[in-house]
Design a protein around this ligand. Structure first.
Ligand SMILES: NC(=O)c1ccc[n+]([C@@H]2O[C@H](COP(=O)([O-])OP(=O)(O)OC[C@H]3O[C@@H](n4cnc5c(N)ncnc54)[C@H](O)[C@@H]3O)[C@@H](O)[C@H]2O)c1
Ligand SMILES: O=P(O)(O)OC[C@H](O)CO
Length: 336
């Protein structure tokens, strides 16, 4: 009998825990790493994560520890599920502990501030491993729905398709259907930019605007994501798949999305500080809207919705003024 696949998941937040559950349900031996002993204790003793997924019963073969070396030991897959902006510092501490041939798997949907690096680039930079040992999991995967074992599809992307297939088989369950991809750039951009568009749609919802506005923001948001992707060497077809349209629709429609909810609160008139204060989990788009705009400028790409989100979130532009400006841009053909 072949030995079970071992996975370490660094991050016991919503998605780290839910994806750990997926891996465990798929038959992997999974160890979650978290910073807080009481949370790791709760996972081990009550098989719940009361802070991030209250009411969800976790599999008994999902264990947790605060000892990073213990989690990392002999892991075939080392899954990273911390906020995008802390990844660099976190990973630097874990690199000496990693199993020699482990595949590093990014669950994160952000772009690093300052460097404008995608998460796989940060991993490559810090861990000094090649693209064939770095994979990305993305798609329409709201953690709470996955944790409730509601059916969903996902994408596992790696430059090396064999590695993507290994990961696909490690996380395939009756409720979680992963497809393989080799377009890592497209998959990561789809995940990072949908958070920014999710903020925009949330703002519009909070302002009481309608479904036409939502449909327009989703479609034009996808258009600007694709423009950036093309400039960066992504395959444009990726954006009509799960990592693009699929995730955009889930995020922009769901009250479970932290980015959408964050935008809704801003659109209702809360200040940035008030909105941050009521946001308990990571809403990646809040910081990544700036790094996505940075990427767009580096590549000479026009991203008006992203620019508008940055102006509302970070420059205090009133949403009503921002909408007026967005709508009064010069007329142009739909495709350019
Ligand atoms: N929640 C989802 O539905 C979902 C789905 C797909 C992808 N993602 C992505 O997964 C990533 C993680 O999101 P999440 O939902 O698990 O966030 P979360 O806020 O629920 O959890 C974040 C985790 O990181 C830990 N953390 C925070 N700061 C840290 C630091 N400085 N050092 C180490 N650990 C730290 C927290 O304690 C927590 O365990 C994000 O990039 C997000 O976009 C989330
Ligand atoms: O809650 P959000 O906005 O981070 O979205 C969660 C997932 O990325 C949806 O696929």
């Amino acid at each position: 009998m072949s030995k079970p696949v071992k996975a370490a998941v660094f991050g016991t937040g919503s998605w780290g825990t839910a994806f750990g559950m997926v891996l465990a349900d798929a038959g992997c031996e999974v160890t979650l790493w978290g910073r807080r002993a009481e949370l790791a204790g709760a996972v081990n003793s009550t098989h719940t994560n009361p802070d991030y997924l209250p009411g969800v019963e976790l599999p008994v073969n999902l264990r947790a520890t605060t000892d990073a070396a213990e989690a990392a030991r002999d892991a075939d897959f080392t899954v990273l599920a911390v906020p995008s902006q802390t990844l660099r510092g976190n990973l630097a501490e874990w690199v000496p502990l990693l199993a020699p041939d482990t595949v590093l798997v990014s669950l994160m949907k952000g772009v690093e501030l300052g460097s404008a690096m995608r998460m796989s680039e940060v991993i490559e930079d810090v861990a000094k491993v090649g693209p064939n040992r770095i994979a990305v999991v993305t798609g329409p995967n709201l953690a709470r729905e996955i944790a409730a074992r509601m059916p969903a599809a996902a994408v596992v992307a790696c430059a090396d398709e064999t590695v993507a297939r290994r990961l696909q088989s490690a996380c395939h369950t009756p409720y979680f259907r992963p497809y393989t991809e080799t377009d890592v750039i497209g998959c990561e951009l789809g995940g990072a930019v949908k958070n920014v568009i999710g903020l925009a749609v949330g703002i519009a919802d909070g302002m009481g605007l309608g479904d036409n506005t939502k449909g327009s923001l989703i479609t034009r948001g996808l258009a600007e994501t694709m423009r950036l992707g093309l400039a960066m060497g992504a395959d444009p077809l990726t954006f009509s798949g799960l990592a693009g349209l699929g995730d955009l629709v889930a995020t922009c429609s769901s009250p479970l999305s932290r980015n959408h909810t964050f935008g809704t609160n801003l659109g209702k008139g809360m200040t940035l500080q008030e909105t941050i204060a009521v946001t308990k989990q990571t809403a990646e788009g809040v910081k990544s809207c700036e790094s996505v705009l940075d990427l767009a400028r580096r590549h000479g790409v026009d991203m008006p919705i992203t620019e508008t989100v940055v102006a509302i979130v970070h420059e205090g532009k009133p949403p009503v003024v921002a909408v007026k400006e967005l709508m009064s841009r010069s007329a142009k053909p739909e495709r350019r």
